[in-house]
Design a binder for this molecule. Structure first.
Ligand code: SAH
Length: 454
């Protein structure tokens, strides 16, 4: 992942994780063990209704950008905000293919129109002779899947992100493969209207047992005027959890009710990196979800023991099951508010050899950055207090609007306040099946700093 640079502010429509409230609402309020039969009935995708131009993938209108606003689009940035538009020639309906042109009418790119979103056009092709038709989507999807093959992530017993939105030139589409099943998140109306073509291409390339549509980030969907209830789009849903392998570990993943699409695939390599330093240590995994870091440290990392904490009872049930399933008897799982629990551990004078912090997205917008940084400071400050000399801090942030620089400055302030030396060993990001487009740096969100605290 690209490191250490300050980015322009994020725009709407990016950032794969959802907030804690959203997560807890979904994971706690839903009935336990929901199965395929209980899923809402299969419904056709919502509007936009198919128009003749959809199949041909040809433009129905031309969108002209303001003078001096064209440069990012010549640089393949895929988001055209309403404020960049000078005028529209034609009357596109939401979901229609449109061409983007300079204010003088010179072709820049081809994309899809949505008047309900501030992100008025999403761009998908930068050549004037390419229609956005079914073969086009198929070639994009095939290219994304070929990349995962290159990364060695095509083992059917494992899991991988097959399509990562802008990182795979498919803005608003996320597809994760868990064994034989696919889970799709759609955050753009452009992709929602083309689900048929997308599923045809996925079926041809992957031959999955089933394709499930997951609610994605409801906040993001709302920004696009989308309402996409969870449902099985193709084939069948798994009966109960899907089991996937990661190295020598197995994870049970709840595809119908789990957070995100079921598992935090972005942290795959960070779990291993943390585990490499966990040997014989007492480990605290705060915000543990289904036990990813906790169980990897316990088994792969030979930690002495692990305390795993999450606020969601559904999450801790999954963590307990994953610990048991992998034979990690030295993992204790607690359901508790992480802020209260970390304070009580500090008050009791408890010490750990490793503390892992992987909180939910604290900042949902640029305006919330200061508040988010204060929350990061608070938990990191207490985590440092909990670490014995020479302890390891694994500190993550999935808030895209908090830059890597800001996050490092927060850690620097923690070092200053605590009077401890914090030596950064690794500045990591998301696993490589979560590519970030250099033309759309807003797609970078995950930071994972591994540091030694003297
Ligand atoms: N580390 C995990 C992913 C963590 S996602 C993995 O690798 O799989 C963030 C988690 O924080 C979610 O499971 C969510 O339930 C939990 N969470 C959110 N707010 C919390 C709070 N106040 N206290 C404890 N857990 C919280």
């Amino acid at each position: 992942m690209p490191e250490g640079r300050r980015r322009p502010g994020r725009k709407p429509g990016s950032g794969p994780r959802h907030d804690a409230k959203d997560q807890r609402r979904r994971s706690d309020s839903a009935p336990e063990g929901r199965r395929r039969d209980d899923l809402p009935p299969v419904e056709p995708p919502p509007p936009p209704a198919a128009r003749p131009s959809d199949e041909l993938g040809l433009p129905t209108a031309t969108v002209l950008v303001k003078a001096k606003r064209a440069r990012p689009f010549f640089g393949r940035h895929p988001w055209v905000l309403d404020t960049a538009i000078e005028r529209v020639e034609g009357t596109p309906a939401d979901g229609d293919v449109v061409d983007l042109a300079t204010h003088e009418g010179r072709f820049i790119a081809r994309g899809i129109w949505n008047a309900s979103s501030r992100l008025r056009v999403r761009l998908y092709a930068f050549e004037s002779d390419v229609p956005l038709d079914a073969p086009f989507w198929r070639s994009r999807i095939d290219a994304a899947i070929a990349l995962r093959r290159t990364l060695g992530l095509d083992d059917r017993s494992g899991a991988a992100r097959l399509i990562n939105s802008e990182g795979d030139d498919l803005s608003g589409l996320i597809v994760d493969r868990y064994g034989d099943h696919l889970a799709i998140q759609v955050t753009s109306l452009a992709m929602a209207g083309r689900l048929d073509a997308i599923c045809d291409a996925l079926e041809a390339a992957v031959k999955p047992a089933g394709i499930l549509l997951r609610g994605a980030d409801r906040g993001l969907s709302k920004l696009e005027g989308l309402h996409l209830p969870d449902r099985v789009i193709r084939g069948t849903a798994p009966e109960g959890p899907v089991f996937i392998r990661e190295g020598s570990l197995s994870w049970g993943v709840d595809l119908t009710e789990g957070q995100k699409t079921g598992f935090y695939l972005d942290q795959r390599d960070n779990r291993r990196a943390a585990a490499l330093l966990a040997r014989d240590r007492r480990v605290l995994d705060l915000f543990c979800y289904s036990g990813g870091f906790a169980v990897t440290c316990a088994i792969t990392g030979s930690a002495r023991n692990v305390l795993a904490v999450d606020g969601s009872a559904k999450a801790t049930a999954l963590a307990r099951a994953n610990a048991d399933f992998n034979g990690a008897a030295n993992v204790t799982v607690e359901t508790a508010d992480a802020f209260a629990r970390i304070d009580s551990l500090a008050a009791a004078g408890e010490k750990f050899g490793m503390v892992i912090l992987d909180p939910p997205k604290f900042a949902r917008s640029r305006g919330a950055i200061e508040e988010a940084l204060r929350a990061y400071h608070r938990i990191n400050r207490v985590a440092v207090d909990l670490l014995e000399p020479g302890g390891i801090l694994v500190s993550c942030s999935c808030s895209g609007s908090v830059s890597r620089d800001d996050f490092l400055e927060m850690l620097s302030a923690v070092a200053q306040r605590s009077g401890r030396q914090i030596a950064m060993l690794e500045c990591r990001g998301a696993a490589p099946d979560h590519p970030v487009s250099a033309s759309c740096l807003e797609g970078e969100y995950l930071k994972c700093i591994i540091a030694r605290v003297a």
